[in-house]
Design a protein around this ligand. Sequence first.
Ligand SMILES: [Zn+2]
Ligand SMILES: [Zn+2]
Length: 216
Amino acid sequence: MAKGRPNRRILDSYTVKSINKTIRAGDCVLMRASDSSKPSYVARVEKIESDTRGSNVKVHVRWYYRPEESIGGRRQFHGSKEVFLSDHHDIQSADTIEGKCTVHSFKNYTKLDAVGNDDFFCRFEYNSSTGAFNPDRVAVYCKCEMPYNPDDLMVQCEDCNDWFHPNCIDMSIEEAKRLEHFFCANCSSGDQKKLNSSHALTRHSDVKVDTKRRRR
Ligand SMILES: [Zn+2]
Ligand SMILES: [Zn+2]
């Protein structure tokens, strides 16, 4: 029986000469955009194949979309290195690969000490025909109720654990960086009482009066 495309051979790996990098299925790669003014495309290699002589090497890829390329466009909470794993598959010449890259999970990305040129992150899958995202909801934070953009500094309330943009709570970035403790407006009234009462216990005998006084 014919096996589909008997004139093709599956390769375990392929070394892209121009960059001297070996590509394997599962690797994430940057591919040259036909319009050179555009950033490189990000893709995951699913399969590598060649003709029977081992030349004319093609990669089967699954594209990652940048927010700009999605139907809804870039939103405020999208990170600069955010990409969406799309359902868009393609076959490309292996020689359009211009580098390897890493697409991190959102969690791992936020833990990186330094974000390199080749670091990206993905927290959504994207349906390229409907524009739908999976998951279609994410946790939102702050008074502005936005999903977390890892490019933006946020401060965490030690009581309710919600995160806040300094901007949304009338704080400068510098002030936020200097903070050792932070309690949001909702929590701070209750917390001031706690602070006051422990303070009072060490310094005053009349605890009852002192716990009711709000420190400012
Ligand atoms: Zn905010
Ligand atoms: Zn709070």
